[in-house]
Design a protein around this ligand. Structure first.
Ligand SMILES: [Zn+2]
Ligand SMILES: [Zn+2]
Length: 317
């Protein structure tokens, strides 16, 4: 099969089709999408080499699987299931885990992948494949609500109107919060407003304006300091940005203002699939372009452009 391999540079290579073991599924990839994490990995984040990609929808093709013939999405963390963190409900933090296309597990920019069956969720029949591919990033957006109690009466600032920022904004809109999404990039704000998000240019945010909850999904190392500057004392800062380059922050201000900092990563797939299939979140306006797999290098180039939101890859014929 053809696969997009990163080993310091990106190239399409012929690689063997992976072989599933017991309780594993062989999945033919139908659509995948490019995440900011992929763009950071090629800048050195996580030190990963191998087949990239973790956002996908596919079909299970090995008859030995209970999911044979089903259209599925899959959780990206493959934990050991036996360590202390696994046994105390923190499987996504298992120190022995591999992570699809990020750590020790070949990713989805390929013809096929193998994943444990317990990672799979069946895609509801009414859900377009080009929406199902958003399950993983939407689950990451929903994770905020698993971690933090957010009251509809609270003021929320979301920094970054990129792919993840717009999904997070849609979930906050559902919650009834008084939220505003900020970005420095005019076309992204325009797009956000078109999709019904309450969005403004960052330049419209006064220096003294503050919120109870700030979310950094700028994808920029400087985002954390920006978000901290607009947080009320005892406010909560939720960090969604993962970047190759890290930023220095003054910890004194966290002590003085009693800020709470909450790192936030992967979320629950069931909730994401429910919001998508009930059309409570609509990811379709976030699709900038769909490329065939053979043009995936060009797709990466497009994904790096400042105006781009989600780039999808169509696999197979
Ligand atoms: Zn992702
Ligand atoms: Zn474990």
């Amino acid at each position: 099969m053809k696969a997009l391999v990163f080993d310091g540079s990106l190239k399409i290579q012929e690689t063997p089709i992976p072989q599933p073991k017991e309780h594993e599924a062989l999945i033919k990839i139908l659509f995948s999408s490019i995440c900011n994490t992929d763009l950071e990995i090629i800048k050195g984040y996580m030190g990963f080499t191998g087949i990239l990609g973790h956002e996908f929808v596919g079909e299970v093709v090995n008859r030995s699987s209970d999911f044979y013939g089903k259209t599925v999405v899959g959780e990206i963390n493959c934990p050991c299931g036996t360590c202390y963190l696994c046994k105390t409900g923190r499987k996504t933090h298992c120190p022995n885990r591999t992570v699809l296309g990020i750590q020790g597990h070949p990713g989805v920019f390929a013809g096929y992948i193998v994943l444990p069956e317990e990672n799979l969720k069946i895609v509801p029949g009414n859900l377009p494949l080009t929406s199902a591919v958003f399950t993983e990033p939407l689950a990451a957006a929903i994770e905020i609500f698993e971690q933090v109690q957010i009251k509809p009466s609270q003021h929320v600032f979301i920094f970054g109107a990129g792919k993840l920022g717009l999904l997070i904004s849609q979930v906050f809109r559902l919650n009834g919060c008084d939220y505003t999404t900020f970005d420095t990039h005019g076309p992204k704000i325009k797009k956000a407003i078109e999709t019904g998000i309450h969005a403004k240019e960052l330049s419209a945010l006064g220096e003294s304006e503050k919120a109870e909850i700030c979310i950094d999904c700028t994808g920029n190392p400087a985002g954390i300091n920006l978000a901290l500057a607009h947080l009320y004392p005892r406010g909560k800062l939720i960090l969604k940005t993962t970047v190759a380059q890290s930023e220095k922050i003054d910890l004194n201000q966290i002590v003085i203002h009693e800020f709470e900092l909450i790192g936030s990563r992967c979320g629950v797939f069931e909730s994401a699939l429910r919001l998508l299939s009930q059309e409570l979140v609509n990811p379709q306006p976030l699709i900038t372009a769909i490329f065939p797999f053979d043009d995936i290098l060009q797709a990466f180039h497009t994904a790096m452009q400042p105006d781009s939101l989600k780039i999808l890859i169509r696999h197979g014929s």
